[in-house]
Design a protein around this ligand. Sequence first.
Ligand code: GLC
Length: 618
Amino acid sequence: MKTDHAYKNANLPPAERAADLLSHLTLAEKIGQMTQVEKNSIDLEDITKLGIGSLLSGGGGVPEPNTAAAWRKMIGEFQQKALASRLGIPLLYGVDAVHGHNNVHGATIFPHNIGLGATRNADLVRRIGRATAVELAATDIRWDFAPAVSIPQDIRWGRSYEGYSQDSKLVSELAVAYVQGLQGEDLAGETAVLPSVKHFIADAATTWGTSKRINREELAAVAVDETLANAHVSDMQRAVALGAWQIDQGVTEIDEATLRAVHLPPYLAAIKAGALNIMVSYSSWGGLRMHAQKYLLTDVLKGEYGFSGFLVSDWEAVQQIDPDLKTSVVTSINAGLDMVMVPFHYHDFMATLTEAVESGDVPMSRIDDAVQRILMVKFAMGLFERPFTQTPLDLMGCAEHRALAGEAAQQSAVLLKNEGNLLPFPKTLPRLLVAGTPADDIGYQCGGWTISWMGAPGPITKGSTLLEGIREAAEDTAVIYDPASEQTTRAEVGLVVLAEEPYAEGMGDRYDLHLTPEQLALLERVRQRVDKLVVLLFSGRPLIVTEPLAEWDAFIAAWLPGSEASALGEVLFGERPFTGKLSFHWPRSMNDIPLGSTDAEPLWPLGFGLSTAAAFAD
Ligand code: GLC
């Protein structure tokens, strides 16, 4: 009589189903489940033959054409190959949807985390997590490499904007909200998405100058680095000259007490909220790469705190442990890593791990523990019963989600200076001069991790710009858009919109956070033409503005508001109030970076933000 295996019984607990399925797997199939491959590197037939457990798109890993339908088709093909494997174990596909389903053209792009921190609105963040999950599910993607629970100490770090705040408690609160939003009411629900809380641990507490990500003496070699070459950065040398890869993936030199008091709580809060995946950090602590840190990965996280989900590596992070691949693989798997984001040469990885088990360097019990964790999560997500969703594609970038993104953009803007209560602009304002190309540029307002890994200026995706919003909100005010301020017409008020060039990860590490000479020159040209000067900044972190600030009548930090920056028009013209509060300290000078370098008071402390009543609140 055909005995239906226990793992097929959807009424049994996920852990029980996983244990049963595990007992049927060969070593090759177990290692297949522990292997995550980048989607451009996989041989489709290997998904079936090798029982590959996971695939991913790295930043910008998009199908051609980059449409929601093409994404759904691509994921569907991969999943069909996985279901055709000997035991038909569905795969988990992961992406970095760090501010919406941001790789997909036409997806809703929400503010980056630094802006969400300024809203202090956990319910808003939960709704954003839910909307993001729905857009992910519409493409059959059920794993999101988010939220980052980084607590940036040195804002020269190119990933500062991925952090909600420099306040650990606020990070915990918003991370829990996002995790709940992604998961929804039931992790087995059709639009439930698995969060990946990252990067464990203290990724944002590294010391400037300690990153070994690139060899500065051999910059030419960087150009052929399989990952960095994907950055499509035409001039890596220029990026390095600005400070790229000085601190990202560096060494965290804090003591264990600080690590536990400041950086651990957001993970514990997220686990309590049901998070079943954590991504390990590239950075190092205690003399070891985090991917080799058995004490923290196994003894503390899995032992002391009972984390029952699985740990995934970061991209090619295992290979950074040691020049010898076997040493790296053995060290990281024995340290407690469960799934390896290879991402390219998966045959080498699988052969190396197989040999390590056969030679006894990695005990089978460690392999079984890793696969049990991975399978338990797949059962908990109902992937065996429902490997495909029926979520309508037209929810991608839908009006409801865009309205939510606009609401978030409005609540994330922080009013830092407002001489004479210049803001909100009165409806009777005769002329408003708007300068700065970022005023009308989707790419600048979205920042990194948008369509491509680094993001880019220009009309990179659908959305609405700040200028569009100003024109919409300015009823009787004449809006003069002169991006370079080359004309001479005067205006009662000038609004200069500045932005950082988009960047991601260590490519955004910077020696210097002052405004550029070109930005200062533009400010000067506009200053000469107007009675009152307002500056609005799109940036992934506080910049040093202490000197020029004296010339500004008002100043707004808008962070990276995403695809719906037009919503800021309503705040500028008083239909919505300014409510944002800084979630980072704003330093006076570069000497005050990292936090605590000097006992100088910040220009504005965390928590600061001027409010304006909504003149026309409905
Ligand atoms: C990157 C990032 C990580 C991301 C992963 C996959 O290098 O460090 O945050 O989730 O690779 O793109």
